[in-house]
Design a protein around this ligand. Structure first.
Ligand code: RB5
Length: 145
């Protein structure tokens, strides 16, 4: 599975740590920027990543900004994107089991590197439960106008 990743300036250093972690695990990573720490607007980077994921639903994505809030608000505007802002490993696990989250969102100013890498690991390893009630609820999300 390819992981797409993007951030804004506020989470650039955490993004680089996560890219290194993923590559060390042998996972292919596509970085949608930014490359430098000058100030950028998170909706632009959320858009790049979400459009890429919607073209290939075998991929998943990781978005990061300072709080994680802006990226999660932006990403969830794209139908078919289920972005989960996770502050702990329980949320990461539940977001996969119950919500089939296809984007993990982290706050670079909220979550330290060690915890962020644990969250990423759990999110990657956890499968969607495929239980009927969860599938039905996800299908309803895509009908929201
Ligand atoms: C940038 O200062 C900050 O507002 C942004 O990274 C994010 O936290 C927005 O939700």
């Amino acid at each position: 599975m390819i992981i797409h990743i993007a951030s804004d300036h506020a989470a650039l250093s955490l993004k680089l740590e996560i890219i290194r972690f993923l590559k060390d695990k042998g996972i292919e990573v596509v970085d949608h920027g930014p490359e430098a720490s000058c100030s950028v607007d998170y909706p632009d980077y959320a858009e790049k990543l979400c459009r890429e994921l919607l073209n290939d639903n075998s991929c998943r994505g990781i978005l990061l900004c300072g709080s994680g809030l802006g990226m999660s608000i932006a990403a969830n505007r794209y139908r078919g994107i289920r972005a989960a802002l996770c502050h702990d490993v329980t949320l990461a696990r539940l977001s996969r089991e119950h919500n089939d989250s296809n984007v993990l969102v982290l706050g670079g100013r909220m979550t330290g590197t060690d915890l962020a890498l644990e969250i990423v690991n759990v999110w990657l390893e956890t499968k969607f439960s495929e239980i009927d009630r969860h599938s039905r609820r996800i299908q309803k999300l895509d009908k929201i106008k």
